[in-house]
Design a protein around this ligand. Structure first.
Ligand SMILES: CC(C)(COP(=O)(O)OP(=O)(O)OC[C@H]1O[C@@H](n2cnc3c(N)ncnc32)[C@H](O)[C@@H]1OP(=O)(O)O)[C@@H](O)C(=O)NCCC(=O)NCCS
Length: 156
């Protein structure tokens, strides 16, 4: 298994896996729609990280040149408010193709990504997990993620 930070030539692989990720998460109840427009926005964030690696990165896992896992972590492309958390990055997501699950790949990706984030001066990562997504909950718990503020949704 080869883990590497994505460059310009890898954006197509990113997009292919991210599309699968958005579709699966949406089916599981996530509010993010797996639309072309959303995919394009995520591709823009990935491109910003390729262009400015000090902001974040896409990490790809490939087996015999076939992409099997992806993670994207980095700064939010917005004004950075100051909080008690210090320099914080957003965990946009981690996805492992079904046939590669349960083999420690997401832990491997996240451990490598943790080292990369620290190297660009970020000391906290924030993300969200859909309640009831047991693999996602299990995988963040096993790494020692803490439960933070809960998202509340009011359908008006
Ligand atoms: C969540 C996901 C990334 C986990 O990837 P993975 O490579 O299978 O996870 P790993 O094999 O590295 O397992 C990591 C930990 O998660 C736990 N875990 C994995 N699958 C689990 C499951 N079905 N139920 C409960 N815990 C589970 C493992 O026990 C392991 O903990 P351990 O190291 O203490 O034994 C993968 O299931 C996935 O891509 N799901 C769809 C996308 C998604 O939900 N992403 C998460 C967004 S936060």
């Amino acid at each position: 298994m080869k883990l590497s930070v994505a460059g310009w030539d890898d954006l197509r692989k990113f997009e292919m896996l991210w599309e699968e990720y958005l579709e699966e998460n949406h089916k599981a109840g996530d509010i993010m729609l797996p639309t072309k427009a959303n995919l394009k926005s995520f591709r823009q964030i990935a491109s910003a990280y390729v262009e400015s690696p000090e902001l974040g990165f896409v990490l790809l896992a490939e087996e015999k040149k076939i992409p099997v896992g992806v993670l994207m972590w980095g700064a939010l492309p917005s004004l950075g408010f100051e909080t008690t958390l210090g320099k914080t990055a957003n965990g946009w997501g981690t996805y492992v193709r079904p046939e590669w699950r349960g083999k420690g790949l997401s832990s491997e990706l996240r451990e490598q990504a943790r080292v990369l984030l620290k190297a660009i001066g970020i000391n906290t990562l924030m993300g969200s997990v859909l309640p009831g997504n047991l693999p996602a909950e299990g995988s963040v718990d096993s790494l020692g993620f803490e439960r933070g503020a809960q998202v509340v949704i009011w359908r008006l």
